[in-house]
Ligand binder design. Structure first.
Ligand code: ADP
Ligand code: ZN
Length: 723
């Protein structure tokens, strides 16, 4: 017998299967979807079995070892990998790797096994056995079995490890191993379903009426409109039919309350998959799914590959979130995976959001998706009042960081023992350090941006490549002590707040303050238990959090995200600010939102202020249409990288010529131009942007170009279809 093996070599050059001979003794074990160990050149490497056959016309090496008792990739997963490969033009092995938890990837490093506990059991009646035992420590161990029939080996070893050994050798005791899962979901008090209101009931009925079709629903409801409650009810139906549910959330570690609600409703029927788990924990959770021990998988991006075999519903909460896009190869978009699986399993897919993407809205408009609006908040909480603050005025009145109105409101809320959220989407202390004497500015030596000052750790950091450097007190150029710290980051804001509200209890949440495992959860929990008055932070604080006592939200610098040169910055700003505003007044107390900006006349900000999604949508769709951006055109961004400026400039120019020749004339080819981040880590970046509608030749041309470029080792090209 022979096997087709896909070897795990992270290079596009070697993306084909190789034939290996299956030695007789391995024939009973080998199966498609399992991992095997083979010799590749002189190297021992792992690969996936993709096919089996009886004959081979070439001489082949033997497979050395079959690594899995059960296949790690089932038929659906094998297909899904090929789909991913086609969609992203990445290597097949990188696709399979992206789909599997580390412990099950074909690679050499992972050494993650199941965790087992060893029990000791008696081989005969205890009184009988006692007669055979003389030493007192052995007797002591037997005495442990008076109350229990199985005793933890660890416990017996504490009495006497050598006696345990003797008893095992004599055949008086035997060992039994039992697998334990490393991750334990906290148990919650069970929660009864709520009676759905009319809007919720309508959505629920629509979805459950098509439980056996592949159909996409867009559930568009403001925060607090009861989307999660609908998910829970739909899942209940699905489980009743003996089927399974996948629930995706952007960043699960930021939304512990979400998971808690699910586990209160479906105790011990849930596996979770997210980056906050250790590799061992992920491996265990994965196997709970494989063994059909649970019906629900909740998780981030990777949970879209949960190996369920009878899926009844797929839910993508906060569907607008950019974290659903995988940022390195294979650059897939989770939604494509979910649609594919919804087709395979003939089950509905629910996209939920308060601020759906323009793309989803457009599809709903064309009836490709079924649109299910939820207009009211479910628990009758009122939407907050929202104000735009003109910061130009505030700068004149010497309130450049916190405006006078926001300052008064904070004082009032703290006095009333209510809580405040402040959003500033920029971490660190200051973003630009410049010498007022000679004009010197600290810049990253590897990238073309300024370094951010982090005061807590007293260093300067590049937020692109991670370069760090200690800061000197005096200018490295002219040696005067005249450095100025410009630009506001969360650290500086925290410092400022501590000064103006000396008695307030303040906590900061950003990538730096939550770098250690468990810190997110701790800050959220402490804030929820009202150990703090003010929570300030980056966009982390705008996600899904439900704090009933928060009645004031301040957006410190609304312009920061508006001014990013990217066609998505309006959409991103609207979504971020709406989400953040939605944090105010989630319960009976009415909330307030202050948005600080230097452009109070900006249309997007006015839409946020009026909470008018429809107006925002119309306005932005007009812009997108005029400028030929999604959802009117598809985009593909080609990024060319090289250590040599001349090479990358030349190769990208040649690529453009190639594309012009091959692609459909309706496809727009922009560039090559230097990328936004032109130099990162000493590597030069050029870009070509393709805008297309229907181009039959696109995929094959890009594949051809990719293969041509592989011949030049000095330059690489990334393709991003969901730029
Ligand atoms: P979303 O997911 O849209 O943010 P949730 O499902 O979390 O909304 O609901 C917001 C709040 O309203 C929650 O506290 C939830 O328990 C409550 N809620 C939801 N649906 C109902 C209902 N039908 N009746 C009463 N309370 C509800
Ligand atoms: Zn850098």
């Amino acid at each position: 017998m022979y096997a087709e093996i896909l070897v795990e070599i992270r290079s596009k050059h070697i993306d084909k299967t190789f034939t290996y001979h299956v030695p007789k003794e391995l024939e009973p074990e080998i199966a498609i979807g399992k991992r095997v160990l083979v010799l590749f050149g002189s190297q021992k490497i792992e690969g996936y079995v993709l096919g089996l056959k009886n004959e081979s016309d070439i001489e082949t090496k033997d497979i050395l070892e079959v690594l899995d008792p059960d296949p790690v990739l089932n038929d659906e997963m094998l297909e899904l990998g090929k789909f991913l490969q086609k969609e992203t033009l990445s290597s097949l092995s990188s696709c399979y790797s992206a789909m599997l938890p580390k412990a099950l990837k074909a690679s050499k490093k992972a050494n993650i096994n199941k965790k087992e506990i060893t029990y000791l059991k008696l081989t005969d009646d205890v009184e009988e056995l006692r007669k055979k035992v003389t030493s007192s420590s052995q007797q002591e161990i037997l005495a442990l079995f008076k109350e229990e029939s199985a005793v933890l080996k660890k416990r017996a070893n504490q009495v006497s490890a050598s006696a345990v050994k003797t008893l095992l050798n004599k055949g008086i005791l035997i060992e039994e191993k039992e697998e334990v899962y490393r991750y334990q979901m906290p148990t919650e008090e069970q929660e009864a379903p709520k009676k759905l209101n009319a809007e919720q009931q309508h959505a629920f009925t629509e979805i459950t009426n098509s439980l056996n079709h592949s159909q996409v629903f867009l559930l568009h409801g403001v925060t607090g409109s009861g989307k999660t409650e609908i998910y829970l009810n739909v899942i209940e139906e699905v489980i009743r039919e003996g089927k399974e549910a996948i629930v995706l959330v952007p960043e699960i570690s930021l939304t512990p309350q979400f998971v808690k609600r699910f586990s209160a409703r479906f105790p011990s029927d849930i596996a979770v998959l997210h980056s906050g788990l250790s590799d061992g924990e992920k491996y265990d959770e994965w196997r709970k799914i494989l063994r059909h021990e649970v019906h629900i998988c909740i998780g981030a991006r990777s949970a879209s590959f949960a190996p369920f075999t009878n899926i009844g519903i797929i839910i993508m909460d906060e569907e607008h979130s950019e974290s659903y896009k995988q940022e390195n190869a294979p650059r897939y978009y989770t939604l494509d995976i979910l649609k594919k699986r919804s087709q395979t399993h003939s089950c509905p897919l629910i996209l939920g959001s308060a601020t759906p993407t323009l793309d989803s809205m457009a599809r709903a408009g064309k009836k490709i998706y079924t649109y299910l609006p939820l207009k009211k908040r479910a628990n009758a909480a009122l939407l907050p009042d929202c104000y735009l603050i003109d910061m130009a005025e505030e700068v004149k009145s010497r309130h450049p960081i916190i405006s006078r109105d926001l300052e008064c409101a904070i004082i009032e809320k703290i006095h009333k023992k209510e809580q405040v959220l402040l959003l500033l989407n920029r971490r660190g202390h200051s973003t630009t350090i410049t010498c007022s004497n000679c004009g010197y500015t600290y810049r990253c030596p590897h990238c073309d941006i300024t370094l951010t000052y982090h005061k807590t750790s007293k260093n300067l950091r590049c937020h692109y490549c991670g370069f760090t450097k200690y800061i000197d007190e005096s200018c490295p150029n002219c040696h005067e002590k005249s450095l100025n710290y410009y630009g506001l980051g969360t650290e500086k804001l925290e410092e400022y707040l501590t000064n103006i509200f000396p008695t307030a209890r303040i906590v900061r949440m950003d990538a730096d303050s939550t770098a250690n495992k468990g810190m997110h959860e701790k800050i959220i929990e402490d804030f929820q238990n009202q150990k703090y008055d003010i929570l300030l932070g980056t966009q982390m604080i705008s996600k899904g959090l439900d704090f009933p006592n928060v009645t004031l939200v301040g957006i410190i610098d609304a312009d920061a995200s508006l001014n990013i040169p990217d066609y998505k910055s309006n959409e991103r700003t609207f979504s971020l600010l709406s989400q953040a505003s939605g944090r105010a007044g989630r319960s009976a107390k009415k909330g307030m939102v202050y948005i600080q900006t230097f452009q109070p006349e900006n249309y997007i900000l006015q839409c946020v202020q009026k909470n008018d999604f429809a107006k925002f949508y119309q306005y932005e769709m007009r812009i997108r249409k005029t400028l030929k951006y999604p959802p009117f055109y598809y985009l593909a961004l080609l990024t060319f990288k090289s250590k040599e400026y001349a090479t990358v400039s030349e190769e990208s120019r040649k690529a453009k010529e190639f594309l012009e020749e091959k692609l459909d004339p309706t496809t727009i080819i922009l560039g090559p131009s230097t990328a936004n981040m032109f130099i990162v880590n000493k590597i030069y970046h050029f870009e070509i942007l393709l805008k297309y509608r229907f181009d039959d030749k696109l995929m094959s041309t890009l594949k051809e170009l990719d293969e041509l470029l592989l011949l030049n080792k000095k330059v690489t090209m990334d393709i991003d279809f969901h730029y």
